[in-house]
Design a protein. Structure first.
Length: 126
């Protein structure tokens, strides 16, 4: 007769034998290139290629989330990045790599952006 300990060990063994490989298989990156390729093909007609690299270089999530969706970069609300209309310790949007001076906008933050503004995604223009 099996003890409770033996039953629990078998259940754990079966669970780990079935569930763990399924979870690990989902993390396999070999399925990703075709999806990335199809999103870059569909996004190449309507989005600029320069929008994704700044987001990746600053470690910001919004640009990378948008490139994965294939619908162009996703902009975050101003409030979520503590956007303010005045500089912060000399850092201002006009000196940020994400600021687009011609349109008064940002590659990562939605809405109108003033050159003297600042937010937490600020990255010095190189």
């Amino acid at each position: 007769m099996s003890t409770r300990r033996d039953v629990l060990r078998r259940a754990l063994g079966i669970g780990c034998g079935v569930c763990l490989p399924t979870v690990i298989w989902g993390c396999d990156s070999s399925d990703r290139p075709p999806q990335a390729q199809s999103s870059s093909n569909s996004g190449s007609s309507g989005s600029s290629p320069s929008a994704a690299p700044p987001a990746a270089s600053s470690g910001a999530t919004p640009g990378s989330a948008g490139s994965a969706a294939g619908a162009g970069p996703v902009k975050v609300p101003q409030a979520s990045v503590n956007y303010q209309a005045q500089p912060n310790e000399g850092r201002r949007c006009a000196d940020c790599q994400h600021f687009i001076a011609e349109s008064g906008s940002c590659r990562l933050v939605e809405g109108q952006i003033v050159p003297d503004g600042w937010c937490t995604l600020w990255a010095k223009r190189s």
